[in-house]
Design a protein around this ligand. Sequence first.
Ligand code: WQD
Length: 428
Amino acid sequence: MDSRRRSNASTPVESESPSSVDTPATESSVLFDNLDELLRRLPQENQYILVTGGLGFIGSHTTLELLKSGYNVIVIDNLSNSFEVVFDRIKILAQKFHDTHGSKMPSLRLHAHDYRDTSALKDLLQEYRLASRWGTPKSKIAGVIHFAAYKAVEESIRHPLKYYANNVSGLIDFASTLGDFGIKTFIFSSSATVYGTLATSGLPLKEELCVHREEVYIDSNGETQTLQPGCTGITNPYGRTKWICETILADLAASDPEWTIVVLRYFNPVGCDSSGLLGEDPRQAPTNLLPVVVKVMTGQYAELQMFGTDWDTTDGTAIRDFIHVTDLARGHIAALSTANEGKLAENFRTFNLGTGSGNSVLDVVTTMESVISKPIPRKAADRREGDVGSCVAVVDRSQQELQWKTQKSLKDACEDICNFLDVSGLSS
Ligand code: WQD
């Protein structure tokens, strides 16, 4: 793998091609009485999106898709679970896309510091502040996508306070500072773990199964149901941090209609960009299934332990909704444009991002074996603490309200992972 540089956290790393010089700050609104309307109408090339954790696995793929869609992107990433070389690769891929399409490469900037560094954050946000005639601050930053969080289920069980400090306390301070700068379009990276043990109840995992204020909805029998806020049987601190963050954001949206908050509940992101340049490559030892399978394929691990072969499923291994990370990234673009066009049903809205169909752990192994045409060593092992037997999304809401659905398959994901290994020289 290439050498990996670490940047000076106080000096943003720029990627500004001459044609993508920042749009001069709008000194005062001369065209529109309402600055909000001006900002809403700004074409994407004049909109900046702030992405925390933008060099991570999902963050990097989303940053790339934002750039391909014409948004300027500002990344905050403390490189605790990512590498700065990813920044260079995103820039190369985005530039190649725009050269191929004859379109302008947007700007991409990296601020290599912790999103919880409020002083550094305020300095950054000040750079994008727009002068406005009234007290309400305005910004060239049209939205924020917040990925930065710890996400290892097992680690969260061993170190809960670390997870609550980073994922929950960090969010509170972050959202407060954004609000002070008038930045109130917020896309939150959440997780299907908020459904807790409902995942194995056999109930289809609709967003209505986890709400943050009383809601009325019509069930599949045409019966009117009243839903009470809360959660059911979340099995680990990581999942609880996600649910608590959702609740905090729901309360924030209820307190201030200027906020537009979208919560995206990921199922199981897998695969990588078809270029092979943005594979899942965490600094820390992986716990998720596909990165562990990759460690076995490359000989770094002797075999895959399949946690639980006695689940109530067709082959005894657990079932998950494995969604290609590029589809997941494009779900964020759909959410952002729906939010910025003012088309959300309400100013706080949750969406499942999944395929809507399940595959078992053994399905994943045999699919990868079919791609590489050789066996992957594995053995049955005990269930892992915090796991559930099945977790598959209902994706009606994201299809109907975001006009988004997945395009790629589990096999596509396995093929793209193999391409990443070839490009990285890691194939055995
Ligand atoms: C999937 C299945 C394991 C590793 C978690 C988080 C979720 C999201 C994705 C952040 C399970 C089995 C795994 C291994 C195995 N995180 N497995 N051997 O636990 O469904 O979801 O990661 O966004 O919020 O909860 O994903 O990939 O860890 O596990 O058998 O070495 O694979 O037991 O059944 P999970 P996972």
